[in-house]
Design a binder for this molecule. Structure first.
Ligand code: GLU
Length: 502
């Protein structure tokens, strides 16, 4: 097996990620891109983004933009691509149709490919019949060696032909994979390379483009293993040097099934951004899906690492051959760690877009709002897993006192003693105002003195009504610091307002 320390046969590495724009970007695209990028950066090579949009039936025009946004959000940047151009432009396959045609002609002329006029109905019938007879499924070569005229005389003829590879029986079925070692795949059937609509299939386009774009390492999921012999054959027929292949372990759900956007909402990259995962936590998590933790000098394992650390130690031979389970609890754990490592100012910055989207903070916040948000970030940082968890905690601090809603469950908890608690608290806090000592510890001392010592009420019971008064919720950031942030006027107005509603 080749190790990364050996020079490659191809000089400076060039890697690419080649997603198909079929709806929301798949988390697997980011996973592949990360491994590509780690190796490219480590080796001083290039990373290319290519859009494989030859499947016109599944094409979604919004997905390309979403792809740019989510990959940028993750900090995975490319050196060449449809949006930024590059020496091998265009980088969208639909804009490269003229490139593929000469390759098809060469294959036809050399007898490595042939036209096939079988209609979709005939192919479906053929497949059904093969399945019924428990035969291997695959094209039966009815069109091989026939002219259009000869074929037209037979049933199941379509006037728009496809072009198929004529796969020999002795095709090479194995190769040295950078991750899997010696790998083999089953015998393919006569693969279509040019569709009836004039578009190349993935198989032809990927080979032509990887060659034309000088790609040295093809990194893709293990679901493509069965395609690799076809690609190697195309390289051979066309007299091109193949790249190295690295087939990555698949992302799997808890049932060990390959994850899909249809079954798993979190297979969509936008899901993570919307919920407020931190990109650096997701990158760390995705690296762990295919790569072991760092082993420290003392033998202990470290699962938390930056992309730069990952890049530095990356080696193909260390990539896991079997994928781990996509465990969202683990991602939550990692995200919590990354959230708590942020300074309050940084966390406030990250929270802002979510709070704006949730209508809590104005898109053009005042300086005072920004400062308040930094103060709040310090309080909520330990209480959230994802950024959107902060919305209900922060909201009460950005509503006018008169607009504060008291949640039904919080109100239901207020008992007969609530009025007395609120009155005593208001008196104690009013007394604090002239001293100018409006900070968490002073507020706490005043309230404990008045309620716990003065009225003999247990702390838990004493502070519940106050929490409800200032936040409208049963759960809020720490009470005394919340009051400090709200300031004496708002705090007292809210206590009075709840008192009046009892
Ligand atoms: N367009 C393919 C995909 O969507 C790319 C596979 C490859 O990297 O060769 O996964």
């Amino acid at each position: 097996m080749t190790t990364t320390s050996e020079p490659t046969r191809h000089g400076v590495p060039r890697l690419r990620v080649a997603p198909s724009p079929t709806g929301d970007p798949h988390v697997g695209t980011a996973y592949m891109a990360m491994f590509d990028l780690a190796f490219a950066r480590q080796q001083g090579g290039s990373f290319v983004l290519r859009i494989e949009d030859t499947d016109r039936a599944r094409f979604d025009p919004t997905s390309e933009q979403q792809l740019y946004e989510t990959l940028h959000w993750l900090g995975l940047t490319w050196d060449e691509g449809p949006d930024i151009g590059g020496p091998h432009a265009p980088y969208r396959q639909s804009e490269r149709l003229g490139t593929y045609q000469p390759y098809v002609e060469r294959l036809l002329a050399a007898g490595h490919a042939y036209r096939c006029w079988c209609s979709a109905e005939r192919l479906a019938q053929m497949r059904e019949e093969q399945q019924r007879q428990k035969l291997p499924t695959g094209y039966d070569r009815l069109c091989l060696g026939r002219t259009e005229e000869e074929r037209a005389a037979l049933p199941g003829f379509s006037p728009d032909p496809v072009v198929r590879m004529r796969i020999p029986d002795d095709v090479e079925l194995s190769w040295d994979d950078l991750i899997m070692g010696r790998t083999s795949a089953p015998q393919p059937d006569d693969q279509v390379v040019l569709k009836a609509d004039g578009y190349p299939t993935y198989h032809l386009a990927v080979v032509v483009d990887d060659h034309e774009m000088g790609i040295t390492h093809v990194v893709r999921g293990q679901e493509w293993i069965s395609s690799t012999p076809k690609h190697l054959l195309l390289y051979r027929w066309l007299g091109l040097e193949p790249p190295r292949f690295a087939h990555m372990p698949l992302l799997r759900d808890e049932k060990r099934a390959k994850i899909s956007k249809r079954k798993n909402p979190w297979a969509r990259l936008t899901w993570f951004a919307e919920r407020g995962y931190l990109p650096e936590a997701l990158v760390n998590f995705l690296a762990l899906q295919g790569y072991p933790p760092i082993v420290e000098a003392d033998g202990s394992e470290r699962e938390v690492f930056t992309f730069a650390e990952f890049t530095e130690r990356f080696r193909w031979e260390d990539v896991n051959r079997a994928g781990s389970i996509f465990n969202l609890d683990k991602l939550d754990w990692l995200n919590g760690l990354y959230v708590r490592a942020l300074s309050p100012a940084e966390l406030a910055q990250r929270l802002l877009p979510h709070l704006v989207a949730d209508g809590v903070v104005s898109p053009t916040p005042s300086e005072a709002d920004r400062e308040r948000l930094v103060d709040l970030a310090e309080l909520v940082g330990t209480r959230i897993v994802v950024l959107t968890d902060a919305t209900p905690l922060v909201r009460p601090f950005f509503v006018a006192d008169g607009d504060l809603e008291i949640a039904a469950d919080a109100r239901a908890q207020l008992d007969d003693g609530a009025a007395e608690v609120l009155d005593a608290a208001a008196a104690a806090l009013n007394a604090l105002v002239p001293d100018g000592a409006w900070d968490g510890p002073s507020i706490e001392a005043a309230l404990r003195g008045a309620l716990v010592e003065g009225l003999g009420i247990k702390a838990r019971l004493a502070f519940g009504p106050l929490r409800t008064a200032v936040s409208g919720q049963r759960i809020s950031p720490p009470l005394f610091e919340s009051m400090q942030i709200l300031g004496p006027e708002s705090t007292l107005a809210r206590i009075e307002s709840l008192r009046a509603s009892l």
